[in-house]
Design a protein around this ligand. Structure first.
Ligand code: 4AD
Ligand code: MG
Length: 464
């Protein structure tokens, strides 16, 4: 069907030309003079296009006057310089073709402001709001910029599996994938469920990370990245956790923790610069309505060097802090969100990369440091969010990796292929995972992670 996206129409200057647009009515005002103003939005940009529908139109009474908020319509008309403030062009309609109308009595998105909580209950309609529309465009831009960043640097884009037998993070937060009947699963002699009779013949799960597979490809292609959905069955109802989220995971060979931190810093800055440059209208909208410090924060991040400190230094800073934390601070305990935010917001006041965490609470694949207490891990922390990136140098030494797995109680036979990568052509290598939703939150100032993914999945919430 012929139509042009509104964002392109808004850039045109060839007044007098005929254009056709289509979208959903945001407002309609009827003037006493017998004509109507319709603000039309098609999602291509925050700004709607103003349509003037004259009373002379043959279907003015029968159609135009029934175009309530949310109704779909296609309009052909003449591009005209607008006398109104805040817009350069408008369309003088010559033809108005209505599609589905939206009953004003029941359509939930009327002119008044609604809470984000309420919008989550109508997740199928919320993309038609200004905020969720802007979030979707920023998310799209960040995804596109991700591919640009890695492709421009020679990385191979790799699709890693969603269904897996491995717990890549060793945290036991996996969703089981099975075709067995939960009511009467086949049982082995000892009474346990007999997964030999399941679809794959072994227990399988939704992946928590594509990293282990990405490592195999990095050790053949030098540099790769995977970008896909990941799943965590952690029962945390926080504003920064989802059960299903999208992760970007680069993996680089012939690289150590420093190279890894450099890559993460370049990538995060690239993303922020990209949206500042390409999503100006949306970012200004968030700055006005969601977080008035947003543009300053983002510009600061795009221009500053990230601070780098060790976990041990971080604990020192937290112990000296004049602040009462909910969770205690002690060497050996993981940093909590409140600690992360305190470090980046109060102490360092810009993004910080914390490195060299204790071996005890980190994943088995992280490279052991010479002190035998810490591993070559890193987290990138940013204001408002805390951890946005987690990664490490990988253990490339077969004997040390096997030892780490033993200590963590893992079955070496199960990970035979992962260990093989250390048997044949092993090299120092490193990588990280960036949570896409966390970056969308950071780039938009949105408080709750459930509002930056189209259809959020969290404990007790899988509708839509
Ligand atoms: O720190 P994580 O758990 O690291 C890994 O999964 C590594 N295998 C990545 C790698 O080295 N290739 O997760 C990486 C990032 C976090 O920093 C966070 O941004 C995001 O993924 N993340 C979540 N985002 C939303 N909801 C959750 N439940 C998340 N868990 C992690
Ligand atoms: Mg982490």
């Amino acid at each position: 069907m012929k139509r042009e996206l509104i964002k392109y129409v808004l850039e045109r200057e060839d007044y007098g030309a005929e254009v056709t647009v289509a979208g959903w009515v945001r407002t309609r005002r009827d003037s006493k003079g017998g004509f109507s103003f319709i603000e039309l939005n098609d999602g291509s940009t925050l700004t709607g296009l103003q349509i003037i529908a004259d009373g002379d139109l043959p279907n003015y009474e029968s159609d135009v006057l029934r175009l309530s908020i949310g109704s779909a319509v296609r309009v052909t008309g003449i591009l005209t310089e607008s006398p109104a403030k805040g817009q350069r062009v408008e369309i003088k309609a010559t033809e108005v073709e209505p599609f589905g109308l939206a009953d004003p009595e029941t359509y939930p998105l009327q002119k008044k402001r609604v809470s984000f909580e309420h919008l989550r209950e109508i997740a199928h309609l919320r993309p038609r709001t200004n905020t969720i529309g802007a979030v979707a465009r920023v998310r799209n831009a960040l995804s596109y910029a991700t591919h640009q960043f890695y492709q421009d640097r020679g990385f191979l884009y790799l699709h890693t599996p969603i269904i897996t037998t491995s717990d890549a993070e060793g945290a036991g937060e996996m969703f089981r994938v099975t075709t067995l009947d939960p009511g009467s699963p086949p049982r082995a002699e000892n009474g346990a469920v007999d997964y030999a009779q399941d679809f794959f013949g072994v227990p399988t799960f939704l992946t928590v990370s594509g990293q282990l597979n990405a490592e195999a490809y990095a050790l053949a292609f030098d540099r790769v990245y995977t970008f896909g959905p990941t799943f965590r069955a952690e029962n945390s109802n926080t504003r920064r956790h989802l059960a299903e989220f999208w992760m970007v995971e680069p993996e680089i060979a012939f690289a150590d923790l420093n190279d890894n931190a450099d890559l993460a810093e370049d990538y995060v800055k690239y993303l922020i610069r990209y949206v500042l440059e390409h999503n100006t209208t949306d970012i200004e909208f968030f700055n006005k309505w969601v977080d008035e410090t947003l543009v300053d924060t983002l510009t600061g991040v795009a221009e500053s060097d990230f601070e780098r400190i060790t976990y041990t230094q971080a604990i020192d800073l937290l112990e000296k802090a004049d602040e009462s934390f909910e969770f205690p601070v002690a060497w050996g305990d993981d940093l909590q969100s409140e600690h992360e935010r305190y470090l980046t917001e109060q102490v360092i006041k810009k993004p910080v990369i914390v490195t060299d965490f204790p071996f005890d609470f980190k994943a088995f694949y992280m490279r052991r440091n010479d002190d035998d207490k810490t591993v070559a891990a890193m987290d990138v922390l940013v204001p408002q969010i805390g951890e946005i990136v987690g990664g490490s140098q990988r253990e490339e030494r077969l004997d040390v990796l096997a030892d780490s797995m033993r200590i963590k109680g893992m079955d070496e036979d199960h990970y035979w292929w992962y260990l093989d990568l250390r048997r044949f052509g092993s090299v120092p290598h490193a990588g990280f995972g960036l949570g896409l939703e966390r970056v969308v939150q950071f780039a938009t100032g949105m408080q709750n992670i459930r509002d930056v993914i189209p259809f959020p999945r969290s404990p007790r919430n899988a509708e839509f």
